[in-house]
Design a protein around this ligand. Sequence first.
Ligand SMILES: [Zn+2]
Length: 494
Amino acid sequence: MSIKIVPLGAGQDVGRSCILISFGGKNIMLDCGMHMGYNDERRFPDFSYITKNGNNINEMIDCLLISHFHLDHCGAIPYFTEMVGYDGPIYMTAPTKAICPLLLEDFRKITVDKRGDSNFFTAQMIKDSMKKVTIINLHESVKVCDDLEIKAYYAGHVLGACLFKITIGSNSIVYTGDYNMTPDRHLGAAWIDKCKPDVLITETTYATVIRESKRTREQTFLKKVHNCVLEGGKVLIPVFALGRAQELCILIESFWERMGLKIPIYFSTGMTSKANNIYKVFINWTNEKIKKNFVERNMFDFNHIKPWDSHYADNPGPMVLFASPGMLHAGTSLNVFKKWAPDPKNMVILPGYCVAGTVGNKVLAGDKIIEIDRFNKINVNLKVENLSFSAHADAKGIMQMIGMCEPKNVIFVHGEKEKMKYLARQIEDEIKIPVYYPPNGKTVTINTKRNIKVDLSVDFENSIIILRREKRIKMEQATKVLRIFFLSLLRMSR
Ligand SMILES: [Zn+2]
């Protein structure tokens, strides 16, 4: 039997994750993401690859599996279902289903309402596409159709993220989406059983990095914030309400406690109610400590961190503010940025990525004068820091994942080519399993060995029945295979 894998997006690249796998007569799409770096047709995966020979999309794809709510993994769903016309099953976890439409609508507002992009989905299309989603629980095996079965495992990374195992007959594939092998302050680490899949398709964002320890990164962040406020500056930390916000709030709260600091820290209230509700509903997806604490208080119930009031922006003296949205494109974070940006004493700490066209993107590019609109220009004199706290597996983590599930082949996606090449060589040398890293549109074909399990305690006739059922072959073929097998056993025993 052969397994075919082709990335339509995220092949030797990060962005618009979309991998097509074909085996056992079924075609499965893994993730359906958007490329945040483009605003032309390269924004979405190249679905014409599927329909190019006049193929009907619904006859070609048996199911779509979504790993988590980041837009580079789910951002093309409304386009794929409402504009390309896919209406087959879509599977994701409950937290992903709750958060994905919020992010999609937020992004649509930036690109369509603010930037005026065309050929984009509407708010209604987001709602309609979500109606087609079926929820999958962790460790639940779901039979999609015939003998195609899927199972979800915990991936860490962000609330609701999962790994998928896809099984047809005796063959299986594991797809990771994004994951991390070390727990963080509010989530646990990825886990899967030793399922020995034929293929492991893994992300490789940090393929060549044994990342500076988490502790070092956190210390750098705290030192920067601390130095700035000690010199009387104001620190603005734009965040999305879920994920990074919780990590950083917990981190800074304990630092303030330890140091006995009295400088005020605030969070903009806009982000709390929705996020709190989501964490309340999906508390089982977080780590043990959060689960315990949450009984007594909610995610934003801190001793040092207080709700923000827009009047505080003009208060003299140092302060720290967590405010949404994360890319400085609207709302509280942008309003405060306008006020604080001209003063070199102040600081803004941006996340790893900001969409082209947003103020955050221009700030990261080093622009010193930013035009908000025709009448408003901001002089950017404050210190700009770019700290990524996104949780991905590093080289060590990828090796751990391979050790955990023991695949027969590995496919790299969601990373840079050179880094993939380097790690691939290392794995082939050390673990002796083949590694592939196809670019978009290039198919990798893997021929699986026929591993036939025969229980020697059963007789020849029963073995034939088992073999025919497992391999779906004719009587003569089964007899022939078994005769050869038993003869070789006899020869060995002599
Ligand atoms: Zn992600």
